[in-house]
Write a protein that binds this ligand. Structure first.
Ligand code: NAP
Length: 248
C-alpha cells in the first residue's frame, strides 16, 4: 500500500522541520512548504529522502490563496492523496499595540489565521468522505500565547492563536462526520529561530525562569505531540487543544 501523505506548512525549519523528520520515520511521505529560505528546505528534503520518504517541497506564502492552490495542485499531481495537514507556518514581530502598523497586522493574520483556513479548506475538499475522500487529520499549531495574551510582547500574535483555538474547536465538530479529526497543539517557549526573527534573539534566556520546568522546549518535543494527534493512538480525540509548555 502507498504510504500516507502529510502536508506540513512551514516545514523547512523549527517545529515544522522536526515534525517532518518524525513523520518520515513513522512511515509518511512528506510535502512541506517553505517561504523564503530555499537552502533550509533543500537540507530538510535531503534528510527526509534519506529516511525513506518520498518528498515534495514547494515555495508558498500561505497567506496568498494562489500559492496554496498551487501547493495542493502539486500534491494532487505527485501523490494523489492527502492524509494529514499540519497548519504550522507562523510569524510574529515584537511590538506594543500602541505601535501597531495595519499592513503588518494584516500580514500577521494573513499568515497565521487565513493561511490555516485556506489550507484546511483545500484539505477538507480532498479528505471528506462525502466528496469521495477517505477522511484524515488536521493539526493546527497554536500557542500558549492564546491563553496568556502576551502583553508587552505581541498581543496581535496571541490573538491570531486565539483565533486558531476557536477555529480548531468549531472545525472539529463541522467535519467530524466527514471522517476528519481536528486538534491543535499549543507550544510554550520553544527553541527555534522564531524569537530572533521576531526581534528578540535572547527571549528564551529572559523568560526561562517563568517556565515551571525552567527550560525552553525543543521542536522535537512539540513534534512528538503532533505525531500523537495524527496517529490512530488519538483516534477518539478531536477538538482538543494540547498544551506543550513545560507546565506554563
Ligand atoms: P520558525 O522556526 O521561524 O519556522 C517557521 C516556518 O514557517 C519556516 O519554515 C518558514 O519558512 C515558514 N513561514 C514563514 N512565513 C511563512 C509564510 N508567509 N508562508 C508559509 N510559510 C511561512 O518557527 P517555529 O518556532 O518552528 O514556529 C512554527 C509554529 O509554531 C508557528 O505557527 C508558531 O507560531 C508556533 N509556535 C512557536 C513557538 C516557539 O516558541 N517557537 C511557540 C508557540 C507556537 P522560511 O524559513 O522559508 O521563511
Amino acid at each position: 500500500m502507498d504510504k500516507p501523505l502529510m502536508l506540513i506548512t512551514g516545514g523547512s525549519q523549527g517545529i515544522g522541520a522536526a515534525t517532518a523528520l518524525l513523520a518520515a520515520q513513522a512511515g509518511y511521505n512528506i510535502c512541506f512548504s517553505y517561504h523564503s529560505q530555499a537552502s533550509f528546505a533543500q537540507q530538510i528534503s535531503t534528510q527526509l529522502t534519506e529516511l525513506g520518504a518520498e518528498v515534495l517541497y514547494v515555495q508558498a506564502d500561505v497567506s496568498i490563496e494562489a500559492d496554496v492552490l498551487n501547493l495542493f495542485d502539486q500534491i494532487d499531481t505527485r501523490f494523489g492523496r492527502i492524509d494529514a495537514l499540519i497548519n504550522n507556518a507562523g510569524i510574529l514581530r515584537k511590538k506594543l499595540v500602541v505601535d501597531i502598523d495595519v499592513k503588518e497586522l494584516e500580514k500577521l493574520f494573513g499568515v497565521n489565521v487565513i493561511g490555516s483556513f485556506i489550507c484546511a479548506r483545500e484539505a477538507i475538499k480532498r479528505m471528506a468522505v462525502s466528496r469521495g475522500g477517505k477522511g484524515g487529520v488536521i493539526v493546527n499549531v497554536s500557542s500558549i500565547a492564546s491563553r496568556v495574551g502576551s502583553p508587552f510582547e505581541y498581543i496581535d500574535y496571541a490573538a491570531t492563536k486565539g483565533a486558531i483555538d476557536t477555529f480548531t474547536l468549531g472545525l472539529a465538530k463541522e467535519v467530524v462526520a466527514e471522517g476528519i479529526r481536528v486538534n491543535a497543539v499549543r507550544p510554550g517557549i520553544i527553541q527555534t529561530e522564531i524569537h530572533a526573527k521576531g526581534g528578540e534573539p535572547g527571549r528564551i534566556e529572559r523568560l526561562k525562569s517563568v517556565i515551571p520546568m525552567q527550560r525552553a522546549g525543543t521542536a522535537e518535543e512539540v513534534a512528538k505531540a503532533i505525531l500523537w494527534l495524527v496517529s490512530d493512538d488519538s483516534s477518539y480525540t478531536t477538538g482538543h487543544l494540547l498544551d506543550v509548555g513545560g507546565g506554563r
